[in-house]
Design a protein around this ligand. Structure first.
Ligand code: ADP
Length: 258
């Protein structure tokens, strides 16, 4: 991404800069987390990469091709699985495939990816019969089944409990190694970003900028209680704390000015 800027109009119809000059080059096959305080523009940035939101200026290139709209080369997973409640698990994964291939092929492909997310026993279940973590696994299978080059994940485990999250971290890491996809993963959890990523991009807020680009060399699978994990966590926390303090201070000033 080159020189990405995004402005939105606030409630007084004044333009507010949300993203300021974001530049990032991602190597194929990397697992990259975008980490930052709530409201710093992480989701907006991911949505621009997805082609769902237009940048005010700047460009996104995927293997030299400019992104102007959503495409098959980028699969998206959101915080909520957004499955069709009237379709079973296999049909949900098959849904976007139907335009691309025959029904039989789509079914084979869907089952292959459902096996990868360890849901082979649930292929005929309906979304309401599954836990939140299982629903997210269906969403991951659905995104992967399209064989995108890049998987864009917007706080995909944000709504899940800690234990389910940990289990899904292990599974996602395994899937990433197996499929060798490039993953761009948005989170506000430092430990989640350290557990999973090759690189952590730390964003500051108001406007959203890249503060730090940190390479994480710790061997996998990673243990969050290891000393080296704590050390990087503290280092990142020192940057984020300043950003969070800035937000709190501005909110207090806003309150006082009202
Ligand atoms: P994050 O994902 O880091 O929590 P977001 O990208 O969701 O942050 O939002 C960044 C800022 O942009 C927030 O202040 C939010 O209110 C604002 N914003 C997001 N979408 C819109 C929109 N469609 N219109 C106006 N402001 C928006």
């Amino acid at each position: 991404m080159n020189h990405i800027y995004k402005r939105y109009a606030n409630k007084d119809k004044q333009p507010v800069e949300i993203l300021h000059d974001i530049n990032l080059t991602i190597e194929k096959g990397q697992f990259i987390s975008i980490l930052g305080p709530s409201g710093c523009g992480k989701s907006t940035l991911l949505s621009i990469v997805a082609g769902l939101t237009e940048a005010t200026s700047g460009e996104i290139l995927v293997e030299g091709r400019q992104v102007t709209k959503p495409g098959k080369d980028r699969g998206m997973v959101f915080q909520q699985a957004a499955l069709f409640p009237w379709l079973n698990v296999t049909e949900n994964v098959m849904f976007p495939l139907k335009k691309e291939m025959s029904k039989t092929e789509a079914e084979v492909q869907a089952k292959k990816f459902l096996q990868m997310v360890q849901l082979s026993k649930y292929v005929t279940h309906y979304p309401h019969e599954l836990s939140g973590g299982m629903q997210q696994r269906v969403a991951i299978a659905r995104a992967l089944a399209m064989n995108p080059e890049i998987l864009l994940m917007d706080e995909p485990f944000g709504a899940l409990d800690e234990q389910t999250r940990s289990r899904l971290h292990v599974q996602l890491e395994k899937i990433w190694i197996e499929t060798q996809k490039t993953i761009l993963f948005v989170t506000h959890s430092i430990s989640e970003s350290l557990k999973l990523s090759d690189r952590v991009i730390v964003m500051g807020t108001k406007p959203g900028t890249i503060l730090q680009d940190i390479k994480i060399d710790i061997p996998r699978p990673r243990d969050q209680y290891k000393k080296e994990m704590f050390e990087i966590e503290e280092y990142i926390m020192s940057f984020l704390k300043k950003e969070i303090d800035k937000v709190v201070r501005e909110e207090l000033e806003d309150e006082a000015g009202r």
